[in-house]
Every structure is written in structure tokens, then in C-alpha cells.
Design a protein around this ligand. Structure first.
Ligand code: SF4
Length: 305
């Protein structure tokens, strides 16, 4: 395994925590890998998890902690309250192989950056032992270029958010005024790394980038600005990607205190969808408005860890 950082700069917080000495960073991570769940997940985009009623799915591993810490996080129990089980990189490699054995179509690493040294070591080990599935890096989009680069030979599919266009909104909801600039640069690097989407004969995505945007109630104008920026990135890079528009926002955790105490209305979401269509961002997925359901949040009961 890579040495643990004594001045951690793995994410854009660059908080400098001495992880090697067991100090905890802003993301909540210290010197012991924590994982909250590893199971087949059926509710990702269809090209990642297939038919929700099928026995297969995306081999999803939820990591504890998060550098971003959004006030409305649906996974707050693991991202911000520390739920997870301590394991080492050998066990993580076994988990990847167990998911493959269970019929997973891919390995889907959810919010893994704070554990990068363990993740790359485990992927190396699992590949030595027969892991052959594509690897998805499922991220809030708040990544340094160095981390994106470090994952070059490990990641096949970037499943990344583009949450906000407004620095002020990013500060209010995720305490990250630099989010738009950081996510923008990271997305361009991800696109250059994977190139255009490549699908297998079975319809599953094998390589490429999916950009998710969760439309937030009361912030349609910011969603429209995000979409305009995505269209511009598509033009500037010349590299296609899939767009995934999400309407599932549910007021979890501290959402209400930040003015997000309701779900998005049909009118608001329609405006977002219409702008995406007008901008030509039609390759990808648009959730039905009825998708605002709590079952998108899996039970965090340490299954599979
Ligand atoms: S990954 Fe965690 S410890 Fe490292 S810089 Fe980011 S917040 Fe700090």
C-alpha cells in the first residue's frame, strides 16, 4: 500500500491532516479504512446496474466519510456520522472479488477519495487475483487533478456529479466555494482520460463519463447554469459524455435549515429537463419526476463488509 499521508492533500480541502499519525481530516478519515456497505445495487443508471428486477446489479462499495459534506446528503450516516466497519486493503480486495462472484456488472466505488491508498492497493490485489470488471468511480465531483490522474489506470467509468454553478450556493450547501471551479477542471480531466462512452454488446457501459446533476428545490436557475456549462464543456473538449438528470431530491439531514425543506416541483423539474433538451444534452438519462423516493438510499447495515 502507498504510505499514508502525513499532510493529506488527497482532496481539494487540502486540510493537511497527519493521517499517518492517526489524525482525522475534514472528511472524517484517519488511518483506518472504514467501509459501510458492499452489495449489488439496482438503482444506478440502467447502463450501470441493468434492470432493477434482475439478479445482477452494480457491485457498489460505500466508503465512510466525505470531503464535501453536503447539508442534504442522503447518505449522511456514513458520509458524515462515521458509520462503517474497519477493514484492511486485503479484505477490500476480497470484497471486490465477492461482488464479482455474486454477478456484479462492475465495481462501483462510492466516495472513495479519502481512502485512495487503500483503494488502489486493493484494486491491484484483486486484479492479481482475477478481478476483471470495469471500475466505476462514483464521486461528488470535488476532486483534485492529481487524484484524477492517480486513478488513471484504475478507473474505467467516472460517475461524477456537477452539483452547482454558483460558488455562493456551493458554500451555503457544501461549505465549498471553490466547488464549481474544481468540479469543472476535474470533469475536463476525466473526459480526456476515458474518452467517449463505450458500451458492451450487452448494453452495459464499459468506459466513459456520466455526469449527474441533482436538481434542487428553489435553485432551478443554478441547474440551468450547470447545464449551460456542461454543454460548453462538451463543445470545448469535443468529447461526448452521458448526462444524468435527477429529480429524487428528498430533504434529508440538515436540508431544511438551508432552505431545502421540500421536494422539487414538477414545474421546476420540467424547466431543467427542457433546458437540457434545448442544449442538446440528450445522451443519457432523465429521471421521472415520480422518482423522489427514499428507497434510493440503501440500508447501511454493514452488509457485505
Ligand atoms: S481527504 Fe480528508 S484528510 Fe485528506 S485533504 Fe481531504 S479532507 Fe483532508
Amino acid at each position: 500500500m502507498l504510505p499514508l499521508p502525513d499532510h493529506c492533500t488527497l482532496c481539494p480541502r487540502t486540510c493537511g491532516a497527519d493521517r499517518a499519525a492517526g489524525k482525522r481530516g475534514v472528511c472524517g478519515a484517519a488511518d483506518q479504512l472504514l467501509v459501510a456497505r458492499a452489495a449489488l445495487h439496482h438503482w444506478e443508471e440502467p447502463c450501470l446496474s441493468g434492470d432493477p428486477n434482475a439478479t445482477t446489479g452494480s457491485g457498489t462499495v460505500f466508503f465512510t466519510g466525505c470531503a464535501l459534506g453536503c447539508c442534504y446528503c442522503q447518505n449522511y450516516a456514513i458520509s458524515q456520522q462515521g458509520l462503517g466497519k474497519a477493514i484492511d486493503e486485503n479484505r477490500l480486495a476480497e470484497i471486490f472479488l465477492e461482488l464479482q462472484e455474486k454477478g456484479a456488472q462492475n465495481i462501483n466505488l462510492v466516495t472513495a477519495t479519502q481512502w485512495l491508498p487503500w483503494v488502489t492497493a486493493a484494486l491491484d490485489e484483486a486484479r492479481r487475483r482475477g478481478l476483471r470488471l470495469p471500475v466505476i468511480y462514483n464521486t461528488g465531483g470535488y476532486e483534485t487533478l492529481e487524484t484524477v490522474e492517480a486513478l488513471k489506470s484504475y478507473v474505467d467509468i467516472w460517475l461524477t456529479d456537477y452539483k452547482y454553478a454558483s460558488p455562493a450556493l456551493a458554500q451555503e450547501l457544501s461549505r465549498a466555494r471553490d466547488y464549481p471551479a474544481v468540479a469543472d477542471a476535474a470533469l475536463c480531466r476525466m473526459l480526456r482520460q476515458t474518452g467517449a462512452p463505450v458500451f458492451g454488446d450487452d448494453g452495459y457501459l464499459r468506459r466513459g463519463v456520466i455526469v449527474r446533476h441533482l436538481a434542487l428545490p428553489g435553485h432551478v436557475n443554478d441547474s440551468l447554469a450547470v447545464l449551460r456549462r456542461l454543454a460548453q464543456i462538451r463543445k470545448e473538449t469535443g468529447i461526448p459524455f452521458l448526462t444524468s438528470l435527477m429529480s429524487q431530491f428528498t430533504p434529508f439531514y440538515h436540508a431544511e435549515e438551508h432552505g431545502l425543506g421540500r421536494r422539487i416541483t414538477t414545474y421546476e423539474y420540467r424547466k431543467v429537463v427542457e433546458e437540457a433538451i434545448a442544449l442538446g444534452l440528450t445522451e443519457g438519462y432523465m429521471q421521472e419526476k415520480s422518482s423522489a423516493r427514499e428507497e434510493y438510499t440503501p440500508p447501511f447495515d454493514l452488509e457485505g463488509v
